[in-house]
Design a binder for this molecule. Structure first.
Ligand SMILES: *Cc1c(COP(=O)(O)O)cnc(C)c1O
Length: 381
């Protein structure tokens, strides 16, 4: 069996082990510690978002933001449907109601016109919209300025799900900057990783102070542990923050590599009939976390699933696009604004191996298989 090519494996830069050794030497083998403080400071510098709390996952970061807002039953949360479930599962934890918003075809991110419709409808019904959660899909930023222009006059906070978007920019600013809060993930498959981890970042210092408290079991600074509310054990380990510090030093290189991989796929496969690639929105620079192809089976001569299976037979991992939330059994009956665009992207999309350490020889293997799948038009494998 040829060596496995993973969809998006971790890629260490070299400095991580030095930071981890430093953490061991200090004996802060603990949640919190000097590495966490330094990681938060360096993250704030990199993103330009002044207040940051390092936490155990992106999901935890989202949960803390919603908890700070007092999200609960009777509240409505509006979110991108084309996303990973962790964007919205924290709203479910807090028993809020959800409504999903379709993607727009030019960027695959939240359709702002549909958001306007959904907000106007909420206004009419007198529904309390507690938060709007746009996802920066596959490292492409949603159109945050237009989203803010709808939300801010209504006093609705925007929580950017930038879990996939480290290193991406929007009008020259780092992904998530300008939202009320932004959520990032350092899960093992993301563009930079701590094996598992996340960050909540905001210009709102009170949010981050409260999030830090909630993340450490909401214990008051008394000699005994005094609790006036119930929190979580959500902080990031000092050891994992050491890995994160190393990864921050190579983020620019990782973005360059992923963008180069995207360009290579387009150069090698773009001439085939019936294949296109995820567009890049004019308002930013995507990090191309994953290269996503759209396959028109009639013209290409094969379905995305048959291509995925052909790659898998050669020990290569590819994956369908996120299944939209409004198609998930667990969200049956939840309202969807639009829906056709994300359904089409799901039906035709295929995520190709995109790890930043991917070699030209790997690209040769992958592209040869995809090319061999392309049949005569009208003949679908
Ligand atoms: C990965 C991801 C998350 C969750 O991050 P975890 O660190 O795995 O909890 C949230 N939203 C999106 C869009 C993601 O891709």
């Amino acid at each position: 069996m040829p060596e496995r090519i993973f969809l998006s494996p971790p890629h260490m830069g070299g400095a991580e082990q030095r930071f981890v050794a430093e953490a061991f030497a200090s004996n802060y083998i603990a949640p919190l510690g000097p590495m966490v403080d330094a990681f938060e400071r360096e993250f704030a510098t990199l993103t330009g978002i002044p207040h940051c709390a390092a936490v155990s996952s992106g999901t935890a970061a989202m949960h803390l933001a919603l908890r700070h807002l007092g999200t609960g039953p009777g509240d409505l949360v509006l979110a991108s449907t084309l996303t990973f479930i962790a964007s919205v599962s924290p709203a479910v934890f807090e028993r809020a109601s959800l409504e999903f918003i379709d993607a727009e075809s030019a960027s695959w991110t939240l359709d702002v016109d549909l958001l306007a419709t959904a907000l106007a409808d909420a206004d009419r019904r007198g529904a309390r919209v507690r938060a709007v959660i746009p996802t920066d899909l596959y490292g492409q930023c949603a159109d945050l300025d237009r989203i803010r222009a709808l939300c801010e006059p209504r006093g609705i906070p925007v929580i950017a799900d930038a879990a996939e978007a480290m290193g991406a920019t929007y009008h020259g600013r780092h992904a998530g900057q300008g939202a009320w809060a932004a959520v990032y993930s350092f899960n093992g498959n993301k563009i930079i990783t701590t094996s598992g981890g996340g960050m909540l970042a905001s210009e709102d210092e009170s949010l981050i102070r409260h999030a830090r408290s909630l993340a450490t079991q909401s214990r008051a600074p008394t000699p005994w542990y005094e609790h006036t509310e119930v929190g979580y054990n959500y902080r990031l380990s000092n050891i994992l923050a050491a890995i994160g510090r190393g990864q921050l030093t190579v983020l620019d290189q990782r973005v360059q590599a992923r963008r180069r991989i995207f360009d290579a796929y387009r150069a090698r496969l773009g001439h085939l009939p019936g294949i296109t690639f995820m567009p890049e929105a004019p308002w930013g620079r995507a990090n191309r976390w994953l290269t996503v192809a759209l396959i028109d089976a009639d013209h290409f001569g094969a379905t995305p699933e048959s291509i995925r299976l052909a790659l898998e037979r050669e020990n290569i991992e590819a994956r369908p696009v996120w299944k939209p939330m409004h198609l998930q059994p667990v969200f049956a009956g939840v309202r969807i604004w639009g829906g056709k665009i994300s359904e089409d992207i799901f039906a035709r999309g295929l995520c190709l191996p995109s790890g930043s350490a991917l070699q030209d020889t790997d690209l040769d293997r992958i592209c040869a298989i995809v090319t061999a799948c392309a049949g005569a038009p009208g003949r679908i494998a």
